[in-house]
Design a protein around this ligand. Sequence first.
Ligand code: SAH
Ligand code: SF4
Ligand code: F3S
Length: 449
Amino acid sequence: MKRSNPKTFYIRTYGCQMNELDTEIMVGLLEKKGLVKTDDEKLADIIIFNTCSIRDLAERKVLGKLGQLGRIKKNRPIIGVTGCMAMAKKEALFKKLPHLDFVVGTNNITDLSDAIDQVIEKEQTVLRTDNKFEENLDYLVASRDDKVKASISIIRGCDKYCTYCVVPYTRGREVSRPLENIVQEVKMLADQGYKEVTLLGQNVNSYGKDFKDKQFLFHDLLYHLDAIEGIERIRFLTSHPIDITLDLMQAIRDLPSLCEFVHFPIQAGSSRVLKKMHRIYTKEAYFEKVHLLRQTVPNVALGTDIIVGFPTETEEEFCETLDVFKQLRYECAFLFAYSERKGTPSSRWKDDIPEEVKADRLHRLMDLHNQIVGEIMTDFIGNTVEVLVDAVNEKGQLKGRSRCWKKVVFDAPSDNPHQFIGTLQQVKVTGFNHQTLKGEVLARELVGC
Ligand code: SAH
Ligand code: SF4
Ligand code: F3S
């Protein structure tokens, strides 16, 4: 049955910030086509799942949800899968989900509108999953809900090939976005009133390494972006420790807009496990870099990612990870149990750590991390932090983040709290609740906009 022209679409995002940004770009492209976004999937003529493949659970969640959509028989919506699972499974998705209409991969976002047209006109399924990203994506169409902070893509793909990770296969090789194009977007955001930008990539500090005609690296880009009027804060996510250079550390120290927070993912505390993960640094080399960063930027906060239960990880090796946490005292950590991913080098090794052992290691690490974060939060009491206000909560209080990525909540100094959204406020910390600091605004900063 030929489907009538769609008017509305629903899009749901799984996975990392890069996927969230791709969703914002897809929303922009579909709105440009005249379609209207709805938050109710039952009302949508087109349903898109922008998916993640990083761990088994991420995929199972989407497949379960997509399976349920097969039951919608009457006025059947057009159903599409985009994102990393589209790349990991490609045409196999059509076999698994017979009601699926299109599969559009991470390198084919530009083709989205065309894919939908083909589904309608030719009444056939459409598969677009190129391995290489062509730099013709219109980033500037991105449709953002947040009006204070924006994420922008500066490099796509990953060339690191950690043995456990699907990303090099789902996102392809590294392709840096041209400087002029990035500057144009950041200037546009500044003109629209945005105060903070987060530069995104699977490995942002590889930026520029693929430029053949010029020597221009990540820290060079930071100097250009810091000079743009109106942008108060610049963040970046994520970094591979091997590419965190002294030049980058000095840029964080010297550039006023660069926030003092570095996501510095170690993944495991044992050099043997790191080698098996192909992380290309030892624990000792990692520690040296962290010390150099802390010397260069003394008030820097650190974040990390960890995988516990990597194949062959022993109890002693896991204890080395606990020890890293005790020594380095991360402010923020994303902790995961190893999940075998088809097609990755580590899937050739036996997933030999029982799930209950992985779960136990994860809990022990979480408990230690929570205890350390509690101590760090206690040390904040009495200090003053700069907060970029980005929302008002249900109690009418102002919410935002400090420069070092701490959530902060405090009472609005007037009856009209919304006037403070987008302003920087100096807040004296009076306490905390879990991972959120509580405080009171300093009187001299009560200027709204
Ligand atoms: N490019 C980023 C990471 C992107 S994936 C970096 O290198 O830091 C986010 C995190 O998911 C990784 O840092 C890793 O900790 C975790 N991860 C990736 N593959 C995984 C797997 N197979 N099992 C469990 N966790 C995994
Ligand atoms: Fe995956 Fe490693 Fe690339 Fe990060 S650096 S995306 S963990 S392969
Ligand atoms: Fe997931 Fe792809 Fe991001 S696998 S974590 S959505 S790059």
